[in-house]
Structure formats: structure tokens, C-alpha cells
Write a new protein. Structure first.
Lengths: 114, 114
């Protein structure tokens, strides 16, 4: 069965410092991995996805994520955090075994302090 | 601009009342989804539809109903059988239910029982 875990409920970082939001997953086949961001009282916005190819995926707003098959992780990163990056971040996973389902993590709240 | 429109943004329901949440998309997407979001629980799938006139139950379908009479529209009815309906409801769509497709989300409807 598919599952995804975001081990941190909250991440705090100072503006200008690098940030990492962690995600680990479990799937039967090859994983398809996604990151979404949610601002207050809004829907989720797509940031980036990994389907195949390079392990480092670049996405919107300067975010990137690194796929690590051996550690079954897909951590979201940004070299220099902005106060405006403060939001709720969701990792999501599906697989290539023919099922449709995308499973979302519980979310990690990112606070960037000025 | 293409996207998903959810209405209303805020909705109040009295005990024993049915209410319907609207979701319309102009992305020509085949698949549509309804999620419920509660604090600290991430997104839980209520119903999904892969094609017009067909829909399937998700993980928490009890007390909810849907229809898919048009490709563009996927309304969700919260019935009086749903005992704890206060939540943030998100509608999403994707090009297909294949695993590599990301989702486009609406801005959500916040439902409160009064």
C-alpha cells in the first residue's frame, strides 16, 4: 500500500537561511512524487514533481526537491528562505502500478522569520 | 484563465440540512476529486470521478453524495447523515487518473455547522 510521511509538523527557519522540508514514502512500484504549497484559506498549488530522470527536480518559486531511492525520501529544499515562503507544504505520492490514487502527507507548516 | 472555481467560499449549515458545494473547471480535465481537510490530518479523499456519469467512493464517502453530469462540473452534497461536516473542502482535477498527473485545486469552501 502507498503511504507518505512528513515527520515534522512545523519547521522554523530564519530568512536568508536554507530550508528543508522532509518527506518519506512507501509504494509498490516506481514512485511519482509531488510537492504542493497551501496558503491560508486557499487551495493547494503545485510546486514540482518527480516522475523519472534526474534526482534533483527544480520547481516554482526557487524550490527544488531531491529524490533518494535508497532512503525512499523526497525532501523539499530552497537555498535561501523568504518570509513569503511561510505556508503549509504537502508531499504526495502515487505509483506506476496502474492505480489512480495519490496519497497526501499530513502537511508541514513552514515559518520563516525575518 | 483556466482553472477550478469553487463556490461558495464560506457556507453555514443548520443541523439536519443538506448543502451542496459547487465545483466547476474549464481545464478540459477528465478526472475530478473532492477532498476534506481537517487541521493536522492532511487531505482525505471523499469521492472521485474519472469520466462523465461515473464516480467512485473515496476513503470517507459516508454522508456525502456527488454527481458528474457534465465534464466541467462535479458538485458535492453534504447530507444530514454526515455528523461532523465542519471542515475545509477542496475540489481538484487532473488530466487523467494516470499516476504521473499533478492536480489543480480550487480555492476551497469552508463549511461550518451552526
Amino acid at each position: 500500500a502507498q503511504s507518505v510521511a512528513q515527520p515534522e509538523d512545523q519547521v522554523n527557519v530564519a530568512e536568508g537561511n536554507p530550508l528543508t522540508v522532509k518527506c518519506t514514502y512507501s509504494v509498490s512500484g516506481n514512485p511519482y512524487l509531488f510537492w504542493y504549497v497551501q496558503y491560508p484559506n486557499r487551495g493547494l498549488q503545485f510546486l514540482l514533481k518527480y516522475i523519472t530522470g534526474d534526482n534533483l527536480v527544480k520547481g516554482s518559486y526557487g524550490f527544488e526537491a531531491e529524490f533518494n531511492k535508497s532512503q525512499t525520501s523526497f525532501h523539499l529544499k530552497k537555498p535561501s528562505a523568504l518570509v513569503s515562503d511561510s505556508a503549509l507544504y504537502f508531499c504526495a505520492v502515487s505509483d506506476n502500478t496502474g492505480g489512480f490514487k495519490t496519497i497526501f502527507g499530513a502537511g508541514t507548516r513552514l515559518f520563516v522569520k525575518a | 484563465d483556466g482553472g477550478i472555481t469553487q463556490s461558495p467560499k464560506y457556507l453555514f449549515r443548520k443541523e439536519g440540512q443538506n448543502v451542496t458545494l459547487s465545483c466547476e473547471q474549464n481545464l478540459n480535465h477528465d478526472a475530478m476529486y473532492w477532498y476534506r481537510q481537517d487541521p493536522g490530518q492532511g487531505l482525505r479523499l471523499i469521492y472521485y470521478s474519472q469520466i462523465v456519469n461515473d464516480f467512485q467512493k473515496g476513503d470517507i464517502a459516508e454522508g456525502y453524495s456527488v454527481s458528474r453530469e457534465k465534464k466541467e462540473s462535479f458538485p458535492l452534497t453534504v447530507t444530514s447523515a454526515q455528523k461532523n461536516p465542519t471542515a475545509f473542502y477542496l475540489c481538484a482535477s487532473s488530466a487523467a487518473t494516470g499516476s504521473g498527473y499533478g492536480y489543480t485545486f480550487g480555492s476551497g469552501t469552508r463549511l461550518t455547522v451552526v
